[in-house]
Design a protein around this ligand. Structure first.
Ligand SMILES: Cc1ncc(COP(=O)(O)O)c(C=O)c1O
Length: 206
């Protein structure tokens, strides 16, 4: 996705705790990559302001639920920065889709581009990018890592589709159960004498 959208003259602003796949995507594009402190929107604001006059296009890249710390950025604040600087907001929802947000739909409603994987909550394999029809056309024509690689096996696509239907049909119930299990774990950890915050998603750093 990133090399298809960003190139020379562009600047990608990347959260310092972003997943390796996002870091490598930044490297594979010829854009300049600027790292901002984890979920620190003041720092991001400073960096955007410093580059706005010289950058061609600016991209903000973040996860919605971070894979190691289980926390989430301030999406309202990100949306504001996106609007203020005319930047493109790309969010990796790998750890949120199927388990967080209304009916498991994830957290990044304001994003221009959403990446999701079927390898986490959906228990399958493969991934997708969601966005506008123009974005889809751009990726179909320019995403070299997808174009020049074997397509998703049909069995994996069918498994993902089946999982998606389960989330759509039973999501509220299963996500509710998942949440209760997370809270049981929080109580058990606290009962054992350890400090534990309440995570926004079922990702529990220990
Ligand atoms: C945030 C994030 N994005 C992407 C991936 C990669 O997903 P996949 O295994 O479907 O390639 C992972 C996997 O751990 C991840 O944590």
């Amino acid at each position: 996705m990133l090399p298809a959208l960003a190139g020379e003259g562009d600047v990608i602003f990347s959260d310092e705790l972003n997943h390796a796949s996002l870091i490598d995507g930044c490297r594979l594009s010829n854009a300049a990559c600027v790292v901002f402190r984890h979920a620190d929107l003041n720092h991001l604001n400073e960096l955007l302001a410093a580059h706005r006059d010289t950058a061609r296009d600016m991209f903000i890249v973040t996860e919605s639920i971070f894979s190691m710390d289980g926390d989430a950025p301030d999406f309202a604040g990100l949306a504001e920065l996106r609007a203020r600087y005319g930047a493109v907001l790309l969010v990796d929802e790998a750890h949120a889709l199927g388990v967080a947000g209304p009916d498991g739909g994830g957290l990044a409603n304001e994003a221009d581009v959403v990446v999701g994987t079927f390898g986490k909550a959906f228990g399958s394999f493969g991934a997708f990018v969601a966005g506008s029809a123009r974005l889809r056309d751009a990726l179909l024509n320019r995403a070299r890592t997808a174009i020049y690689s074997t397509a998703l096996p049909p069995a994996s696509a069918a498994a993902s589709l089946a999982a998606l239907r389960i989330v759509l049909d039973e999501g509220a119930e299963t996500i509710g159960k998942l949440r209760r299990n997370v809270m049981a774990l929080v109580r058990a950890v606290r009962g054992a004498g350890f400090g534990a915050g309440i995570p926004p998603a079922p990702l529990f750093p220990w």
